[in-house]
Design a protein. Structure first.
Length: 218
């Protein structure tokens, strides 16, 4: 069972479903050679993919091209189905930072074949995740600096105001398809600057005032 902690109250949550959003920053959609989506692109990660800060990211032997993707993460604290936009933010317990590690070569193969992305996105250690900062302590989740360095050099640097689909839109959309439960986590998408990592790299992801994680690639 994987768990996470809500700060500063130190409340422990059992991690339930992990919903991830693809192409939620326009510049990232462009760098991937795709169109800007008209509705959220959703995929899932298993809870077994989650690791906490300090745990190594293990490169799968089956891939020759694993990429980093830094993201704002959202912890759901309240059950909901068909949640209206006006009530969506009431279901947020807190905010964190995560990495959506991706086997880009395997994802490309899957896309070409019209197959699911599960292997490329859900392998063990593919979901590094910080603890969460209580929502009431984050004045505006849609105006947060988000950044990632690799070996001390900046790779990704943006702001959550650049998300195509805001958090309330994502929650309302997801809840129209899935019942959201306490402990569900949403990875809200990555900005531009994704790139390959190699063994020995040190990744540091941070959203100031929200969370920070540090991982070595093996």
């Amino acid at each position: 069972m994987k768990t996470t902690t809500l700060l500063p109250v130190n409340k422990e949550f059992r991690i339930n479903n992990i919903f991830c959003v693809g192409k939620n920053y326009a510049d990232h959609a462009k760098e991937m050679g795709g169109d800007i989506p008209k509705e959220p692109i959703i995929f899932l990660k298993p809870t077994s993919a989650v690791i906490k800060s300090g745990t190594p990211i293990i490169l799968p032997a089956m891939s020759n091209n694993v990429h980093h993707e830094v993201e704002l993460t959202v912890l759901i604290g309240k059950h909901g189905k068909d949640i209206p936009l006006t009530e969506a933010m009431l279901h947020v317990a807190g905010y964190g930072v995560g990495l959506d590690m991706t086997m880009r070569d395997k994802q490309s193969e899957a896309k070409k074949g019209g197959n699911p992305w599960s292997i490329s996105k859900g392998f063990d250690t593919s979901a590094p995740l910080s603890s969460f900062m209580e929502a009431s302590k984050v004045p505006d989740p849609h105006n947060l600096e988000i950044r990632l360095t690799v070996n001390g050099k900046e790779r990704q640097h943006s702001n959550t105001k650049n998300m195509i689909f805001r958090i309330d839109v994502l929650i309302s959309f997801l809840s129209s398809i899935f019942t959201l439960e306490e402990g569900d986590i949403i990875y809200t998408g990555t900005p531009e600057g994704v790139a390959q990592v190699t063994a020995g790299d040190v990744l540091e992801a941070e959203i100031p005032g929200v969370g920070k994680i540090l991982h070595t690639v093996q």
